[in-house]
Design a binder for this molecule. Structure first.
Ligand code: SAM
Length: 290
């Protein structure tokens, strides 16, 4: 993977469009009506929120689209339910990143979940989400939820052995503070923290333009002892190319078929979507058979 694969996206905002140009893919995504509602510069990143004309409020981090009011449900449901429904009894769930709290909300829909610990490096993200995306934060006061604002790398290094069933890495791209969340040392810590049968999930960018990264993630997981690695896919218009993915692997044996019908309230995920998301396009099959 060359350095060019992860060139920073330029945010070429004009007075009535937010245009995010993705140099790695030679593509761009634009939303009409860019009334700025919020801006905060933290020690880690710049957080902006705009009001778009038809996509609700939009959050950008360092000029990258993170959340839109219109399509975030697909991402948050697909970062949580496929893994939780692929585990026999997910009780303790860890979310690294996820500061907009949408993934946390989905995780807490599962009655089997006893604790959901969200560790984001930047409290500014959650402050902005609570103000401009309150619907994503309506589970933040669930007694099972714990929200922390420290580096997920440090938190994982300090976490006890065999203390989690699911680890969801809902981070920014592998640059800046997110870079260390895509490395073997971090994955080795995740392996140690997961119980037998545990599942690791990571947002793994676009299969169309980031296949080298997906291959690197899954190879690193194999190197530290994970098995059954796979990549699920879903459409997400607001992310580069609109074709997005989450990759998963297990500590021990597992399969990716849903253990039961979807019995939590969703707008996108269901049992058919679960199976469909794990169907592998031919180029992915070939990429991982070598
Ligand atoms: N949906 C987004 C995507 O796919 O790019 C991710 C959403 S979420 C807002 C990404 C979060 O990762 C941010 O809130 C950021 O602060 C957090 N993050 C980045 N590096 C981190 C780290 N080392 N530890 C914990 N959180 C981190």
């Amino acid at each position: 993977m060359s350095d060019n694969d992860l060139l920073p996206n330029r945010n070429l905002q004009t007075e009535d469009w937010i245009i995010e140009a993705c140099d790695a893919g030679g593509s761009a995504f634009a939303l009409k009506g860019a009334k700025k509602l919020h801006e905060a510069q933290s020690p880690f990143q710049k957080v902006e929120v705009y009001e778009s004309e038809q996509w609700g409020n939009v959050m950008l981090i360092d000029g990258y689209y993170m959340v839109t009011g219109k399509d975030n449900f697909v991402y948050h449901e697909m970062m949580s339910h496929p893994a939780l429904y692929s585990h026999a009894n997910p009780k303790d769930v860890v979310i690294i990143g996820g500061g907009d709290c949408g993934t946390l909300r989905e995780v807490l829909k599962h009655p089997s979940v006893a604790t959901a610990t969200q560790i984001d490096i930047d409290q500014e993200v959650t402050i902005a989400s609570e103000k401009f995306f309150p619907e994503l934060c309506d589970s933040n006061n669930d007694p099972r939820a714990q929200l922390m604002w420290i580096d997920g790398i440090q938190w994982m290094a300090d976490a006890p052995d065999a203390s989690a069933d699911i680890i969801i890495i809902d981070s920014t791209d592998p640059i800046g503070p997110g870079e260390g969340l895509f490395t073997r040392p971090f994955y080795a810590q995740c392996m140690r923290v997961l119980r037998d049968g545990g599942i690791i999930v990571q947002q793994s960018e676009s299969p169309l333009i980031h296949l080298p990264l997906i291959k690197a993630i899954r190879q690193a997981w194999r190197d530290v002892g994970f098995s059954n690695d796979i990549t699920e896919q879903f459409f997400l218009p607001s992310y580069p190319t609109g074709w997005w993915s989450a990759s998963m692997a297990c500590k021990g044996d597992n399969n990716w078929q849903a253990k039961r019908d979807c019995d939590v309230s969703t707008r996108y995920y269901n049992s058919a979507i679960h199976n469909g998301a794990f169907a592998q396009p031919q180029f992915l099959l070939e990429a991982f058979s070598q």
